[in-house]
Design a protein around this ligand. Structure first.
Ligand code: NAD
Length: 258
């Protein structure tokens, strides 16, 4: 297991699902962890369950002032950030011709603006502290493939690959690495919510959505687990050099291979 003693990590969307599992894994590995989420109460509760080295932060990642304040507080209370996991995200399911412009903009704001604002704040602290760092953006298998009814999600997740590659180049002189984790379907609230929504859009049963839409192209018909993604995030956080940067790691039971 990676040893993150002495490291400071900030994870967004860390009150639930994948973000929470990563924050817990980092805390167990010895890191001090800032648990950031728009759901402030849940973030505080999650942080206190992680022990004395975790703090909860109320942070809407689309709000520049809240992001800046959250990073400033983290630096004051835990130290400068060594590891960022930009993970906050939502899903909105609709065909392009029915998608409201406001929903398109909200999706891009949470996934793309959030990744930009948090990466910028993290890079500034990392450069000032002079000890490098690891930036991890939460992509998706949808960073590489497309599915119906997910235009803004697929667009944003593809966009994160570009952002990570630019950060990899700009960050290298300061030992800052940037990579994207691309999970297949993981049974979190985000996914539980869309099973009935997809069934309605496609006119099929929920069972068919799971078997014939979500897991159809995996090698074994299995969901990816929270532990699979937390392990990958631990590996990327602890990796010791710029050899592994600008990459995307697909953790999806072979749904997509590249
Ligand atoms: P989740 O719904 O369990 O958790 C998402 C968290 O993000 C919630 O706690 C929510 O409050 C928070 N959040 C939403 N908007 C926010 C904002 N503006 N600012 C700060 N926090 C905000 O979802 P999850 O499945 O754990 O998803 C986490 C990430 O993983 C997302 O980026 C998602 O796209 C990605 N992902 C999930 C899956 C999957 O199958 N679950 C697959 C691939 C990628």
């Amino acid at each position: 297991m990676q040893d993150l003693n002495g490291k400071v990590a900030l994870v967004t969307g860390a009150a639930s699902g994948i973000g929470r599992a990563i924050a817990e894994a980092y805390a167990k590995a010895g890191a001090k962890v800032a648990v950031a989420d728009i759901a402030a109460d849940k973030a505080m509760a999650a942080a206190s369950a992680m022990g004395p080295n975790a703090i909860g932060l109320a942070m809407d990642v689309t709000d520049e002032a809240q992001v800046e304040e959250g990073f400033a507080r983290t630096q004051r209370e835990l130290g400068p950030v060594d590891i960022l996991v930009s993970n906050a995200g939502i899903q909105i399911i609709a065909p392009v011709i029915e998608l409201a412009y406001a929903d398109w903009k909200r999706m891009l704001a949470i996934h793309m603006d959030g990744a930009f604002l948090t990466s910028r704040a993290a890079m500034r602290q990392m450069i000032q502290a002079g000890r490098g760092g690891s930036i991890i953006l939460m992509g998706s298998a949808h960073s590489h493939v497309a599915s119906k009814f997910k235009a803004p999600y697929v667009s944003a997740k593809h966009g994160l690959l570009g952002l990570a590659r630019v950060i990899a180049k700009e960050g290298a002189p300061n030992g800052i690495r940037a990579n994207v984790i691309c999970p297949g379907f993981v049974r979190t609230p985000l996914v539980e919510k869309q099973i009935p929504e997809q069934a309605r859009e496609l006119g099929i049963s929920e069972d068919d959505v799971v078997r014939n839409v979500m897991l159809r192209d995996t090698v074994d018909g299995e969901f990816t687990t929270l532990e699979d993604i937390a392990d990958t995030a631990l590996f990327l956080a602890g990796f010791g050099s710029n050899a592994l940067t600008g990459q995307s790691l697909l953790v999806s039971h072979g749904w997509h291979m590249h």
